[in-house]
Design a protein around this ligand. Structure first.
Ligand code: GAR
Length: 207
């Protein structure tokens, strides 16, 4: 099974590159249909274009409401018959119109073990809280902020000497591993959502 994926970014796009690399080497059975950035200067745009992936800037500042912006994004996604949407450092909350158009087909990566440290600066939050372990989470996007069913998580030790940047870099390595894995499981229909829980089915079974 494979599907057409779109990746939404706001910045450097390292998770986007991890997804594209996994597509190239066969770990993620997908076709990269479109990369959308809401920020025209997002460095990831050039990286995606250099790999031959179609890119589109939909600058949220050109819309007068979240709904208007979301509708533009929705049009672009539907126009490319996208099966799966991966938010990869996309620093915008999606509104219900967009979320309801793709039930259980929008994923997000977050740099903490949710439900701990949702929102911005998750790595800093973990250090300031004094957590000994943090990590990263791939989850389905629902109408809350970082609240949807968890697909995969990976723990990362928080060390006494960690700065936000050092911890962030260690977490990022794990993000790059679990995001392609989670996207692959979803496209293979091996993730069944039951209420809050996303259950991973054994290889060969489909939801
Ligand atoms: C990643 O650490 C990602 O988990 C985080 O932004 C970074 C984007 O890096 N996302 C969030 O904090 C979302 N709440 P990237 O552009 O190199 O993938």
């Amino acid at each position: 099974m494979s599907g057409r994926i779109s990746i939404l970014i706001s910045g450097r796009g390292s998770n986007m590159l991890a997804l594209l690399a996994a597509i190239d080497d066969g770990r993620l059975a997908a076709v990269p249909a479109l990369v959308i950035a809401n920020v025209p200067q997002a460095a990831g745009l050039r990286l995606a274009a250099a790999r031959g992936v179609e890119t589109l800037v939909i600058d949220h500042r050109n819309s007068s409401s979240r709904l208007e912006h979301d509708r533009k994004v929705l049009d672009a996604l539907q126009g490319r018959q996208v099966d799966l949407i991966c938010l990869a450092g996309y620093m915008r909350v999606l509104g219900p119109t967009l979320i309801r158009a793709f039930p259980c087909r929008i994923l997000n990566i977050h740099p903490s073990l949710l439900p701990s440290f949702p929102g911005l600066h998750a790595q800093r939050q973990a250090i300031e809280f004094g957590a000994k372990v943090s990590g990263c989470t791939v989850h389905f996007v629902d109408e809350g902020v970082d609240t949807g069913p968890v697909i995969l998580q990976r723990a990362v030790e928080v060390r006494g000497s960690d700065t936000e940047e050092i911890l962030g870099a260690r977490i990022l390595e794990e993000e790059h591993r679990i995001y392609p894995e989670a996207a692959h499981l979803v496209l293979e229909k091996r993730v069944r959502v039951e209420g809050r829980r996303a259950c991973i089915l054994p290889a060969g079974e489909v939801a």
